[in-house]
Design a protein around this ligand. Structure first.
Ligand code: SF4
Ligand code: SF4
Length: 350
């Protein structure tokens, strides 16, 4: 039996994702179906309440290779959203009346050669823009040095991962030297006004647990992060988002290899919160892949679970009315969004 790691490298991406789902199903046979759980609280089928947040994955290329990355991103990934697909996105954003926010993710979205052009176009449409910036990109190459000023110019909201306020815990998850670079990038963002009162420039940090456990209270962690980062590094930020590790991709590999898969899933099921289920982010979000295919959320995108086949599958055939009321594709990983205080790209949901 080849190791999971070897299988991972030997198989093509989409096939790996199928294997992920199969492994998930085989291993967690006793875990109640997520759909049954929704049925119990009269939330099945789970449906969209209308697309308000338009999330775009600009590509899988990244300057980092974090341990828990659900995108499997890295410097060797070549998938990058072409400009033609960006233009199709712009058409939908322009015409989609309910869409108020455009959320840019990757990889490192800044590594897409059309990134700045796209931000300028979206900014011109008067939409709120969120960029999921990994911080170290700001220092990765001279062509990125002016990113803080560019973000300020377009009033971009910056959301960045910082797993911990200690260097060792952050580096263990995100790579050697990442903490020190992240702090320098945060200081640069602060210097142009991010995270400072009265500027309107929002800088949010994202925390995710280092292992197979749920995050603790968002409010108390935020307090601790604010105190430590200010005291030790003179860094300010607005909010801390706590995010539950989703049992997919690299984190699923870790769970399986460490023998923690079943106990982690049991923890998620035991912490199932009906209020969090009602507020899962897929209900007001749509996620566009680098190649223009449509998904209910970023996690489904990583598992190659496209929107249900009865709806338009690609940005080029986007139909607002149908997608605003679509039935959402769910699976066992969805327990990651409904545990405890809930989890989304914007932190806890309850
Ligand atoms: S910075 Fe983000 S996209 Fe890049 S490897 Fe880390 S988690 Fe993945
Ligand atoms: S994983 Fe995606 S589809 Fe499932 S509940 Fe979370 S946001 Fe919705």
């Amino acid at each position: 039996m080849p190791s999971l790691k070897r299988q991972h490298h030997e198989l093509s991406d989409s096939f790996v994702q199928l294997k992920v789902l199969n492994r998930e199903d085989q291993k967690g046979a006793h875990i109640p179906k997520f759909g049954d759980k929704l049925q119990e609280i009269a939330l099945l089928p789970l449906t969209s309440t209308g697309v308000e947040i338009f999330q775009v994955n600009l590509g899988k290329m990244c300057n980092q290779t974090c341990k828990h990355c659900h995108v499997d991103a890295g410097p060797d990934r070549k998938e990058i959203m072409p400009r033609e697909v960006m233009e199709q996105c712009l058409r939908v954003i322009r015409e989609g009346k309910g869409i108020h926010t455009v959320d840019l993710t990757g990889g490192a979205p800044e590594m897409n050669p059309h990134f700045r052009w796209f931000v300028e176009q979206v900014s011109g449409l008067g939409k709120k823009i969120i960029v999921r910036c990994n911080l170290t990109i700001v220092l990765a190459h001279p062509k990125y040095y002016d990113l803080p000023a560019f973000y300020r110019q377009h009033q971009v909201e910056v959301v960045s991962s910082l797993p911990h306020f200690s260097a060792s815990r952050t580096d263990a998850q995100r790579g050697e030297g990442v903490f020190e670079k992240s702090i320098r990038a945060l200081q640069q963002l602060n210097a142009v006004g991010y995270g400072q009162e009265g500027t309107g420039l929002s800088l949010h940090l994202v925390y995710n647990p280092a292992g197979a456990f749920l995050p603790s209270s968002q409010k108390s962690l935020e307090k601790e992060f604010k105190r430590k980062l200010k005291q030790q590094y003179q860094v300010d930020f607005n909010s801390l988002y706590t995010i539950t590790n989703m049992p997919i991709s690299r984190f699923l590999d870790y769970l399986l290899q460490s023998g923690n898969y079943e106990s982690y899933m049991e923890k998620l099921v035991a912490a199932f919160n009906p209020a969090a289920a009602a507020g899962v982010m897929c209900r007001n979000t749509i996620s566009v892949g680098w190649d223009g295919f449509l998904y209910d959320c970023d996690f489904n995108q990583m598992l190659d679970l496209k929107v249900k086949e009865t709806y338009p599958q690609h940005i080029s055939t986007y139909e607002k009315e149908a997608l605003d009321q679509r039935e959402i594709v769910i699976n066992q990983h969805c327990y990651g969004c409904t545990a405890g205080a809930g989890s989304s790209c914007g932190g806890s949901t309850t």
